[in-house]
Design a protein around this ligand. Structure first.
Ligand SMILES: Cc1cc2nc3c(=O)[nH]c(=O)nc-3n(C[C@H](O)[C@H](O)[C@H](O)COP(=O)(O)OP(=O)(O)OC[C@H]3O[C@@H](n4cnc5c(N)ncnc54)[C@H](O)[C@@H]3O)c2cc1C
Length: 549
């Protein structure tokens, strides 16, 4: 969508009929605000939604050095962005300019109206998505400020956590940014305090943990004290699909996610084989839309919430969280996916996050601009990573252990690699050693056929060498195969856990009422579409199970 179209989608004008329809669905009454009065302020939770009847509402951004006007809403326009549905705090403020009259709508009433009126829902949701995109792309919007070095593990972790959770922020690199000294002085901190996180003129945190970041940004929402129909562990494509289908079909649904919704797919910069998106889309975009959809239907997403274990009481599953809390579920879906295998190369641990990466997104690409990078692996994720990085790095070297790239990679990706001039394929190659002091400087590569060794200068190694299931948190009651993937359905036909009275549903594990979907499941196809399909199917089996509970 070009900038002009994006602006018109972001700021539509509702006509009289649409306004009165919306007012009727939400039972909203007109309300007056005087000049200068604040309708909602940055940081407010559960903010209301306002439709301007007369006068003007200015949207103000306080995140940079000076307050800036983002836009002015006039009669027929409405305030808000995706925070209304995700439950995140407001990132801008709304102030009456001149006396104005608005319809004020609560978050719950807005959600109801969106579910009841598809026409208005389209206009509002598209506007919310477009507004967030405009802010993300605006050079004038600062958001949170993260000040830290490109060579710091913690700076990388903080940036990674914020990016994956779609929190808008600007990174101030201690090594290169001309404003660093001024900003450190302004916030009363030194280099040794970094990474620090600030908003506007306020210092928020010094080297925060992910949990502290989540609390400060408001993305951590408390779980309700209730028995959920469905608790989903893992917010990747499988878990998000289950959340959308579960919540939309009336199940009380919670998703517990340890880092950020999106899972592995969230680290893909171009998914081209997902049905319905012929030009491809980024994993973050797909996940962002799925989160919005799950929220719209009332699913509860809890991040960062790591599940440490399960126990069983009568027919219920008790989910044990990091920190000692528990959540009770009638049905549980295991959707914890898989983790990229760590490189076992001398020196690699030292450079993790500062030279060795297990994803290739904009966050990592920013660190390698104009330099030579090495991609390890011969599967689709390595191919995608190489193609994406070729747009940022000067040169990309792909190392594969065998000699045929077509063996494990889709042909369309191999052809794209062959046609990209700054990608070089190195066959029969492995990394023997990583060299550098404070940061990665080079790697020693060995040719497995000739034994020849050579040193390649690089500041970034991107590894995609296969994945292991994330199942170490599961109790022995949940059967797994030799590699640790969760067994389901027919795989358990002869299991001692099942009798001839009832056989497990297709995605049911060795424990009745506990299901598994996506990459974590034994025999699954490691694709976004299949994970989404399995997440949706699991909900059908949950309904069947609950009928007889
Ligand atoms: C870089 C890359 C590119 C890819 N590109 C494509 C592509 O183009 N097309 C395609 O079809 N597939 C692609 N894939 C594969 C695809 O992303 C996966 O098959 C898919 O994401 C699997 O979804 P999932 O929900 O099963 O698991 P995951 O995506 O792995 O999600 C699991 C989630 O569970 C969370 N979790 C794990 N343990 C816990 C715990 N104990 N408590 C709480 N939460 C937990 C994780 O943080 C994660 O968010 C790609 C993968 C990668 C890494």
């Amino acid at each position: 969508m070009n900038q002009h179209n994006l602006q018109s989608v972001a700021f539509p004008i509702l006509d009289e009929t649409q306004i009165s329809q919306l007012a009727r669905y939400t039972a909203a009454e007109p309300k007056k605000f005087r000049d200068g009065q604040t309708l909602f302020a940055v940081g407010d939770h559960n903010i209301n939604f306002f439709i301007v009847k007369s006068g003007e509402v200015e949207i103000v951004d306080y995140s940079g050095d000076e307050p800036k006007t983002v836009t002015i809403h006039r009669p027929g326009e409405f305030t808000g962005d995706i925070s209304h549905l995700t439950g995140l705090p407001a990132i801008v403020s709304g102030v009456a300019r001149g006396d104005c009259e608005v319809y004020e709508v609560t978050g719950d009433a807005l959600r109801n109206a969106l579910n009841q009126s598809p026409g208005i829902s389209d206009i509002i949701l598209q506007a919310f998505i477009a507004r967030r995109q405009l802010l993300r792309e605006s050079p004038d919007f600062t958001g949170l400020r993260v000040i830290g070095s490109r060579y710091s593990h913690d700076t990388f972790r903080v940036r990674d956590f914020l990016a994956k959770n779609r929190i808008l922020f600007t990174w101030v690199d201690l090594e290169t940014d001309p404003n660093v000294d001024r900003l450190l002085k302004q916030f009363g901190v030194t280099e040794s305090d970094t990474p620090v996180v600030a908003f506007g003129s306020m210092l928020l945190l010094r080297n925060p943990s992910n949990r502290q970041l989540a609390d400060a940004t408001g993305i951590r929402q408390p779980l309700e004290d209730r028995v959920y129909d469905l608790v989903v562990v893992g917010g990747g494509p499988a878990g998000l699909a289950a959340a959308v289908y579960g919540a939309s079909e009336g199940l009380t649904t919670a998703v517990l996610e340890t880092t950020a919704p999106g899972g592995q797919a969230g680290s893909s910069m171009r998914i081209e084989n997902y049905l319905g998106f012929p030009t491809g889309l980024t994993g973050l975009e797909l996940a962002g839309r799925a989160i919005l959809q799950a929220n719209k239907f009332g699913a509860h997403l809890s991040v960062p919430t790591a599940v440490k274990g399960l126990s069983f009481e009568n027919a219920y599953t008790i989910v044990h969280l990091d920190g000692g809390e528990t959540v009770t579920a009638k049905c549980l879906l295991i959707a914890t996916g898989a983790n990229y295998r760590r490189l076992s190369v001398e020196g690699s641990d030292r450079f993790e996050g500062t030279g060795v990466y297990y994803a290739a997104t904009l966050a990592e690409a920013q660190l390698c601009r104009g330099s030579q990078v090495v991609v390890v692996g011969g599967g689709n994720s390595a191919g995608q990573g190489a193609v994406f990085l070729s747009g940022h790095a000067r040169q990309v070297l792909i190392l594969i252990r065998g000699d045929d790239l077509y063996k494990n990679m889709s042909s369309y990706l191999v052809r794209r690699i062959e046609q990209t001039p700054n990608i070089e394929l190195i066959r029969n190659a492995t990394i023997r050693r990583m060299n550098g002091d404070t940061h990665l400087g080079s790697v020693d590569i060995v040719d497995s056929k000739t034994g020849e060794e050579r040193t390649v200068a690089t500041q970034g190694v991107f590894s995609f060498i296969g994945a292991d299931p994330r199942t170490c948190w599961l109790p022995p009651e949940i059967e797994r195969d030799a590699k640790g993937f969760v067994r389901t359905g027919a795989d358990l036909a002869h299991s001692r856990h099942w009798t001839s009275v009832r056989q497990p549903f297709l995605l049911e594990t060795s424990r009745p009422g506990v299901f598994a979907a996506g990459d974590v499941r034994s025999g699954s196809i490691k694709r976004v579409a299949s994970a989404v399909g399995e997440g949706a199917m699991a909900v059908q089996f949950v309904h069947e199970f609950l009928k007889h509970m």
